[in-house]
Design a protein around this ligand. Structure first.
Ligand code: DX5
Ligand code: ZN
Length: 216
């Protein structure tokens, strides 16, 4: 099975964002990964809903929205208004994760839970049958272009095992530091979806970089 490819526009050229969205539209990308940061949950701020409104209008690909913010449940209506396919919230940002997951589903989006590098896969045991996807971070969130943390491959393997044992349908996505070399090993370990920012937008031919990831 070819992996789902979700290029992260965090590494796009924001001065010419429309060009990059149009490139994604004509590429083999499956989704568009949208990183929203608040400067509190992570030490950086990216972009917010006034900008994303136009991204959503231009994008012909489903939006994979990744909220790196405290209290992400407060923004379900705004994410819904973008027409998002997936809404990813961090395990570490949700003391009432089960409730938030249900609210995302009730809003008509696919709920996903994201875990930071320091959060064990085992913490997902009681939620694994309620989520559409689990997003495993390959870096500490906040910035594009960071180095892939090797232990992530082992976490994908563990999560695949947890999903199988639970009889869950959850997809496994990996985000952060993903390039061709890590991508091969992640897919082999059981990843279904790969996010790539730097590996796509810093390439001399981003469309070709997407094609290469899709056809690992
Ligand atoms: C990191 C973001 C990622 C980031 C990935 O905090 O969640 O989506 O854009 O970028 P790369 O692929 O460059 O690590
Ligand atoms: Zn992300």
């Amino acid at each position: 099975m070819k992996p789902i490819i979700s290029p992260s526009i965090l590494s796009a050229n924001f001065a010419y964002l429309a060009n990059d969205i149009e490139m994604l539209n004509s590429s083999e990308a499956d989704w568009v990964h949208i990183d929203i940061m608040d400067g509190v949950f992570v030490p950086n701020i990216s972009f917010g809903f006034p900008v994303l409104k136009y991204v959503a209008k231009l994008s012909e690909k489903p939006l994979d929205v990744h909220l790196m913010i405290v209290q992400p449940g407060k923004f379900i209506p705004e994410v819904k208004a973008l027409g998002a396919h997936v809404m990813n919230v961090h395990y570490e940002a949700c003391p009432h994760l089960h409730r938030v997951i249900q609210q995302i589903r009730e809003a008509g989006m696919q709920p996903a839970v994201t875990i930071n590098p320091a959060t064990p896969v085992a913490m997902l045991k009681d939620i694994i049958n309620d989520v559409y996807m689990v997003l495993i971070m390959g870096v500490n969130p906040g910035f594009g272009g960071q180095k892939f943390i090797e232990h992530t491959v082992e976490k994908v393997r563990e999560l695949r095992e947890l999903i199988t044992v639970a009889g869950s349908q959850a997809l496994i996505e990996v985000d952060g530091g993903v390039n061709l070399e890590a991508g091969v090993r992640l897919v082999e370990a059981g990843a279904d979806a790969l996010v790539a920012g730097n590996a796509v937008f810093s390439a001399s031919d981003p469309e070709e970089a997407i094609r290469a990831l899709k056809n690992l």
